[in-house]
Design a protein. Structure first.
Ligand SMILES: NC(=O)c1ccc[n+]([C@@H]2O[C@H](COP(=O)([O-])OP(=O)(O)OC[C@H]3O[C@@H](n4cnc5c(N)ncnc54)[C@H](O)[C@@H]3O)[C@@H](O)[C@H]2O)c1
Ligand SMILES: [Zn+2]
Length: 405
C-alpha cells in the first residue's frame, strides 16, 4: 500500500561548496560574507600533530581573525565529548564554528552549532527535523574522503553507556560552507583512508539501490529525512562509484598520490550529496549497533557488511547492482543481468580485500550470541528499513549477520 505517494523529490546541499587543492589558504576570503571576528575550530590532536590544523588556522590568524582551537575531538564522538565541545563553544563566544577533520569532528561541530544556537541538550535534537531554526554559522572542512558530512544533514554521536549511535538529522545541519581541499587528506593514514573510502562507496551504493522516491511508503506530508532513489541521486552515485573503484586502492597504497586523493575527495562529496538526499539503508542500520558495541570504525563496519547486504538485495535490485558492476569495471560481455550483478558483488569483495577491510564480523570481536540483539536493534531503525530496496524482516537481518559472522 502506498499512502499518499510522493510524486516529487528534493535536493539539498551545503550553502556553498568550494573544492580545490590548496583552497583552505583562501578561507578568510570565503568567510568574508559573515564579517566574522572570532572563530572556534573543532578538531583533534592528531590533526594538530600532522600540521593540518595549522594549514587552516594560520591563514585565518594572518588575516587578523581571533581563532580558538578545541582539540579534544575523537573518532566516533561520544556524548561526553559533545558536552565538552559545547562548553568550549559557549566560552569562546565565536561567531563562526569550523568542523575540521573526518566525519567525527565535523559531526561534533554540527551538534555544537545546534545546541549553542537553540539551547537544551543534543538529546533534544536526536531524530529528524527537531532543530527549530538555523544553527550557528558552520563551516565544515573534511580531512578524510568518506562521510560527506561537509554537505550532509546528519550528525552521529555514540551513547557509550547505552551502546547506541544516535543520529541527528535536520536540513539545518547542512553547513553554510563546505571547503573540500584534497591536500588536507594527504596525511590520512591507510586504515582511515580505506575505512572512510568504503563508507563513501556504501553511501553511493545504498542510494542507488534504495526504494524509489515514488514508491516510498511515507505520506508526502510527513517529515522524512530521505527521499529515496531519484534521478539526481543516481547521477551522483554513478559518478562517485566510478571514481571510488578507480582511486581508492591507489589512495590507500600511495598516501601521497595527490591525483588519487583528489579523485577520492570529489567522490566522497558526491556520495555525500547522493545519500543525504537519497538514502542510507540496511548496511548503515546494521552497522549502528555493531559499531556502538565493538567500537569498530563506522567505515570498517559498513565496508564489511556491504557485500552481504548487496547479496540480500540482489533479487529486488539485480539491474541496479549489475550497473554498479559495470562502473566498477566488470565486463558484461552479453552475460545475463544476474550474472553481471553477482560479478559486481565479487568486485566489491575484491576491493574490500585489497584495501584491508575485514571480511567477517568475528574479526571485529563480535560474538555469535550478539547477532540476534543487533538484528532486533536494526529492525527498529524503521526509516532505514523503508529505504532499503528490498524490505527485510528481522529474520532476514539475522541471516545477513550470520553470513557476515
Ligand atoms: N554526518 C554524516 O553525514 C556522516 C556520514 C557517515 C559517517 N559519519 C560519522 O563519521 C565518523 C567517521 O568519520 P571518518 O570515517 O571520516 O573518520 P574519523 O573522523 O573518525 O577519523 C578517523 C581517524 O583518522 C584521523 N584523521 C582524519 N583525517 C586525517 C588526516 N588528514 N591526517 C591524519 N589523521 C587523520 C582522525 O584524527 C581520527 O583519529 C563516524 O562517527 C560516523 O558515524 C557521519
Ligand atoms: Zn556512512
Amino acid at each position: 500500500m502506498k499512502p499518499d505517494p510522493r510524486h516529487f523529490w528534493n535536493f539539498y546541499s551545503a550553502g556553498r561548496l568550494v573544492f580545490g587543492s590548496g583552497s583552505v589558504a583562501r578561507l578568510p576570503l570565503f568567510l568574508k560574507p559573515w564579517q566574522a571576528r572570532r572563530i572556534l575550530v573543532i578538531t583533534d590532536r592528531i590533526l594538530e600533530q600532522v600540521g593540518v590544523v595549522a594549514q587552516v588556522v594560520d591563514p585565518l590568524r594572518a588575516a587578523g581573525l581571533d581563532v580558538v582551537v578545541f582539540n579534544e575531538g575523537e573518532a566516533e564522538p561520544s556524548c561526553a565529548i559533545a558536552d565538552k565541545a559545547i562548553a568550549a563553544a559557549r566560552q569562546a563566544q565565536a561567531d563562526v564554528l569550523i568542523g575540521l577533520g573526518g566525519g567525527s569532528n565535523m559531526d561534533l561541530a554540527k551538534i555544537t552549532a545546534a545546541v549553542v544556537a537553540h539551547g537544551g541538550t543534543y538529546r533534544d535534537y536526536f531524530g529528524y527535523d527537531k532543530i527549530p531554526g538555523p544553527v550557528q554559522p558552520l563551516v565544515c572542512i573534511p580531512t578524510t574522503s568518506g562521510t560527506g558530512s561537509e554537505v550532509s544533514h546528519a550528525a552521529v554521536l555514540t551513547d557509550t553507556e547505552r551502546e547506541l549511535k544516535e543520529s541527528t538529522l535536520s536540513q539545518q545541519l547542512r553547513p553554510a560552507l563546505a571547503v573540500v581541499d584534497p591536500q588536507l587528506t594527504l596525511t590520512c593514514p591507510p586504515k582511515a583512508t580505506a575505512d572512510s573510502g568504503i563508507d563513501a562507496l556504501t553511501h553511493a551504493i545504498e542510494t542507488y539501490t534504495a526504494t524509489s522516491y515514488d514508491a516510498l511508503e511515507v505520506p508526502a506530508a510527513e517529515p522524512f529525512p530521505y527521499d529515496g532513489k531519484h534521478p539526481l541521486g543516481d547521477v551522483l552515485a554513478e559518478a562517485a562509484i566510478r571514481r571510488i573503484g578507480y582511486h581508492l586502492p591507489t589512495a590507500v597504497a600511495e598516501p601521497a598520490n595527490l591525483a588519487a586523493r583528489e579523485g577520492m575527495s570529489f567522490a566522497a562529496t558526491l556520495a555525500g550529496l547522493a545519500f543525504s538526499n537519497g538514502a542510507v539503508a540496511v548496511v548503515h542500520a546494521l552497522e549502528y549497533p555493531i559499531g556502538a558495541a565493538v567500537h569498530c570504525s563506522h567505515g570498517a563496519g559498513n565496508g564489511l557488511l556491504l557485500p552481504y547486504v548487496m547479496r540480500f538485495n540482489l533479487p529486488a535490485r539485480a539491474t541496479e547492482i549489475a550497473r554498479i558492476g559495470e562502473w566498477l569495471g566488470v565486463a558484461d560481455a552479453g552475460l545475463p543481468v544476474p550474472e553481471v550483478a553477482e560479478q559486481a558483488i565479487v568486485a566489491v569483495e575484491r576491493l574490500q580485500a585489497r584495501i584491508g577491510i575485514p571480511q567477517k564480523l568475528r574479526e571485529l570481536g563480535v560474538t555469535r550470541a550478539q547477532l540476534p540483539g543487533f538484528a532486533a536493534k536494526s529492525i527498529g531503525i524503521k526509516r532505514l528499513m523503508l529505504l532499503n530496496g528490498r524490505r527485510p524482516t528481522e529474520a532476514d537481518l539475522l541471516s545477513i549477520l550470520e553470513a557476515a559472522w
